[in-house]
Design a protein around this ligand. Sequence first.
Ligand code: PEP
Ligand code: MN
Length: 333
Amino acid sequence: MVIVMKPGAPREEVAKVQAVLERLGMEVTSVKGTQQTVFALVGDTKSIDIGAIEANKHVEKVLRVQQPYKLASRTFHPADTVVEIGGCKIGGGHVAVMAGPCSVESEEQMIHTAMLVKGHGAKMLRGGAYKPRTSPYSFQGLGEEGLNMLVKAREATGLPFVTEVMCIETFDIVEEKADLIQIGARNMQNFPLLKRAGRSRKPILLKRGLSATLEEFLMSAEYIIAGGNPNVILCERGIRSFDTYTRNVLDLSVIPAVKELSHLPIIVDPSHACGKWSMVEPLAKASMAVGADGLIIEVHHNPEEALCDGSQSLKPEKFGHLMASVRKIYAAV
Ligand code: PEP
Ligand code: MN
C-alpha cells in the first residue's frame, strides 16, 4: 500500500500518520519530496482501514499496490530515478554508454581501452575482475589485482568503472574500488548478496537472470532498495529461449514494460544477449529506439586473443561506428 500526503502537509501531521501506521505493525518507508511525502507500507496491509486513513485531511490518496514489489514500483515513486556514478547520470532522460573488455587482462589493456572508448564517447569503463565462468578450467579473472588495474585506468582517463561482485566475501573490496557494482545474471537471485548490496553506499547494476521473469527481476531490485540502497540500475542482457543461433534472446519488450511498472533506469547489454560481434550494433540501435537509458558494450583491442568473450567483443573502431549510429537513433527518438 502507498499513502500519498497532501502537498504542504505540516511535518507534525506527516509524522503522526507515520506513527499510526507503525503502531499497526507496518514497516514504513517514506520518500520526502520538496512538496509531498509518500509512504510505502510493507506488512499485512489487509487489516488497514483505508477509509480511516483517507479521512485524515492531510492525506491525498491511498493506493493499493497490486504488484508484490513496492519500493521499485512507479506507484510508490512516480518520477524516474536518476542514478549518479562519479559525475555520470543514468535515468530520467540521462543516457550513458559503458564499454570495455569482458575481463581485465592487464594494466596496459585497461588504460589503452579506456582511452579509446572515452574518445568514442563512452562515459564509463567496464571490466570483470571476478568472472563467473561456466567451466572451472576457464580464465577466472585477476581478482583484486584486476580491480587495481581498473583503478589505474580510472586515474588515467577519469572514467568511472563498473565491475562484477560474485560473492559476499569479496564485496568489501569491490565496493571500496568500484564506482558501480555489478550483480551478474547468475546472481540475480542470490538473496544474501542482494541484501549486502542493499547495505552498500555504491550504486548497483543488477543484470536480469537467464530465465527471470520481469516480476522476479523487479523483486530482486526490491531487495536492494528495501535494504537501504535506492541507487539501482537494471540491465537486460538476454534470456534463454529455444533458439541456439544467438547466445540468448534479447527481450526488448522488457524496456517499455519496466518504464511502465518501475521508476528505475534500465540499460541493455547487447553483447551478452547475442554473443556475436556482428549483431551488437543493430541490437544497440534497437535498444535505444525502445527507450533504454544506456548500453553496456564489450570492447577488446584484439578479440581473437581475448581471455573471455572474444566472439562478442567489438574492436575499438567498430565501437566508434556503433556510437555514431546510436547517436543518430537517440537524436531521432
Ligand atoms: C558480464 O557482464 O561480464 C557478465 C558475465 O554478464 P552476465 O552476468 O549478464 O552474463
Ligand atoms: Mn562477457
